[in-house]
Ligand binder design. Structure first.
Ligand SMILES: O=C(O)CCC(=O)C(=O)O
Ligand SMILES: [Fe+2]
Length: 298
């Protein structure tokens, strides 16, 4: 049992809890392999980002970096000014994302160590060709303003697990379980994106089955990490100015789901390659299971 557990939201069968002092065993059984979301109250306790990543810090150190948000060009300084004065009724465009690995590698130590709950991770395995990840960005910083809402309901690309750590300000998340996929209207050629784009004000005439879905909302605050397991539909909305760090994870617990996404993607265009890829990933899954058991990274 986690040392301390707080209930954040309950709707029907769905209960979202915040846990402190959770053992890896509990996380693995109930959440990672149980495929069930949880807010981890203390996953990032060793990150220097916790105190360092403030709007002032990014404005001072990276203010002149050029960014693009929803098709508009800004400097980071301009965006941060906007995000600090924006209101719920007049939000700054969202999401504003920085890719740590590619553009801000010097910030990696601030989000290190990778917390144990997001291990083992196969995304960086030398045996997994990058193409299989379909260009997914797997370590990003998000900036947002009050009212800034993620533009669509989705599950994470390629069925990766997501860990979103709130560093600054408060964000409301809404999750919908994978079993409710029939009510969510996945896009025909982007099965991980819902056609229903506003979870708070869905167009029920156009999407009547969505009325049967039970979206559950709760707030995540500074120092807290939301684990969104693969296949769970979700979206987010900032309640204040926010800075979050999002990372993805792939391991034995979502390997089958990941393979299924690769199948869907390749079968649409290249069925023969899809077969070969399936065979390769099947074998690789076995190799990685073994290497993780004996603690060797390949
Ligand atoms: O923090 C957010 O706005 C949600 C981000 C998200 O779900 C994603 O990038 O996949
Ligand atoms: Fe996501």
């Amino acid at each position: 049992m986690a040392a301390k557990t707080v209930e954040l939201a309950r709707l029907g069968d769905i209960v979202v809890e915040k846990k402190y002092g959770m053992t890896y065993e509990e996380f693995s059984e109930k959440h990672l392999f149980g495929n069930y979301p949880v807010v981890i109250g203390d996953a990032c306790k060793d990150w220097s980002a916790k105190n360092k990543f403030t709007p002032e810090y990014f404005k001072t150190v990276y203010g002149d970096r050029k960014i693009v948000v929803q098709g508009n060009n800004y400097t980071l300084s301009e965006y941060i000014d906007l995000m600090m004065v924006a209101t719920e009724d007049n939000p700054a465009p969202y999401p504003c994302k920085l890719q740590i690995d590619r553009d801000y590698p010097e910030l990696l130590p601030d989000v290190t160590p990778r917390f144990m709950y997001a291990l083992p991770d196969r995304i960086t395995s030398k045996l997994l060709p990058n193409n299989f990840l379909g260009g997914a960005d797997t370590l990003e910083i998000f900036f947002g303003s009050p009212g800034g809402q993620f533009p669509y309901i989705h599950y994470d690309y390629m069925c990766l697990h997501a860990y979103i750590t709130q560093i600054y300000g408060q964000k409301e998340f809404t999750v919908i379980p994978p079993e409710q996929t029939p009510y969510v209207y996945p896009k025909a050629n982007n099965v991980w994106v819902s056609e229903v784009n506003d979870v708070r004000n869905p167009d029920l005439e156009k999407y009547p089955l969505f009325a049967k879905a039970t979206p559950v909302s709760f707030v995540v605050g500074p120092g807290e990490t939301l684990f969104i397991p693969c296949g769970w539909w979700h979206t987010a909305r900032s309640l204040t100015a926010t800075i979050s760090v999002a990372l993805d994870c792939l391991n034995a617990s979502n390997w089958k789901n990941f393979m299924n996404e690769v199948d869907i993607k390749l079968n649409q265009r290249r069925p023969l390659i899809a077969k070969a890829a399936h065979a390769y990933l099947s074998a690789l899954g076995g190799v990685l299971n073994t290497s993780e058991k004996i603690g060797i990274s390949v």
